[in-house]
Design a protein around this ligand. Structure first.
Ligand SMILES: Nc1ncnc2c1ncn2[C@@H]1O[C@H](COP(=O)(O)OP(=O)(O)O)[C@@H](O)[C@H]1O
Ligand SMILES: [Mg+2]
Length: 275
């Protein structure tokens, strides 16, 4: 892996040697949601850019296997993908590519029916990829698919912490609750944070978190050895700049860093930095 592509931009030193004093491995965060289309990929890519700007070595792994679109958001050609690594057509080093925001991406193929269900082979390959990238980065963001399919649940199980993205819409909240409930009852307890995206009022994120926490306390926490506490990582406003940046296939953090949504993402990224 000595030929890993170093991230472009302000990224620090060689990826092959851990920074002195740094943690031995990356913190792996699954960016996930109950409902689709809430902004996971937008959030993952722009959080990664903000973390990279702060000097962190960041990898975004497109874990929406089968329906990958991180490449579209970043305007990158998915020349070599996770699928090529899985089938032995390429090495992991060949599949890691530099993204415009100064971080590294591992893209996935799109439209591959073999990833609509989790098989023992895919499971092992994914575990192997995670084990190989962990020592080389400070943060690994898994941009997962939505919902509670076995593929999503397995990719989320690989993470050290879970970031749930939800919008304030009732349908998104119901699905976020369902996902959290399944994770709480089937997976190890880990820090779970909420990012409320597309807010239209001040404090809407705080209210959404409080509402979700209330239902969790009432219906989920009663059956758990340790109550689950949902932390609010941030609230990102509904902002026309987001759609503009996606249409132009640019990162919001790069094209419009002063926009309200970019500032909110930068604030959220600040909370993910080591103390
Ligand atoms: N804060 C926001 N303000 C405005 N539009 C947004 C915002 N976040 C996401 N969007 C819109 O939602 C769409 C879906 O986002 P995406 O990240 O692809 O969702 P997911 O990965 O959860 O399916 C984006 O293409 C963008 O147009
Ligand atoms: Mg997505």
């Amino acid at each position: 892996m000595s030929d890993v592509v170093p991230p472009a931009g302000p990224a620090p030193g060689p990826l092959t040697s851990p920074r002195p004093g740094a943690r031995p491995g990356a913190r792996i965060t699954a960016v996930t949601s109950g409902k689709g289309g809430v902004g996971k990929t937008f959030v993952a890519a722009n959080l990664a850019a903000a973390l990279a700007r702060a000097g962190q070595r960041v990898l975004v792994l497109d874990a929406d296997l089968g329906l990958a679109n991180l490449d579209v958001v970043l305007n990158l050609a998915a020349r070599v993908t996770l699928h090529d690594v899985f089938i032995g057509r390429a090495t992991l080093a060949e599949a890691l590519q530099a993204a415009p925001g100064g971080f590294t991406v591992l893209l996935a193929g799109s439209g591959l029916v073999e990833y609509s269900r989790m098989t023992p082979e895919v499971r092992d390959k994914l575990l192997d990829v995670i084990a190989q990238v962990r020592p080389r980065f400070d943060h690994v963001l898994l941009d997962t698919g939505a919902g509670i399919s076995d593929v999503v649940l397995f990719t989320v199980s690989l993470a050290d912490e879970v970031l749930i993205v939800a919008t304030p819409e009732p349908t998104s909240l119901t699905d976020a609750y369902a996902l959290i409930k399944v994770l709480a009852s089937t997976q190890a307890a880990r820090p779970m944070r909420l990012l409320v995206n597309q807010t239209q009022r001040r404090s809407e994120g705080r209210n959404v978190r409080a509402q979700l926490q209330q239902v969790l306390d009432r219906f989920v926490n009663t059956g758990l050895p340790q109550p689950l506490k949902l932390d609010l990582l941030g609230e990102v406003p509904l902002d026309a700049a987001v759609r503009d940046s996606i249409l132009r296939r640019q990162l919001l953090m790069e094209s419009l860093p002063g926009s309200p949504a970019a500032l909110a993402i930068a604030a959220a990224a600040g909370k993910l930095l080591p103390p």
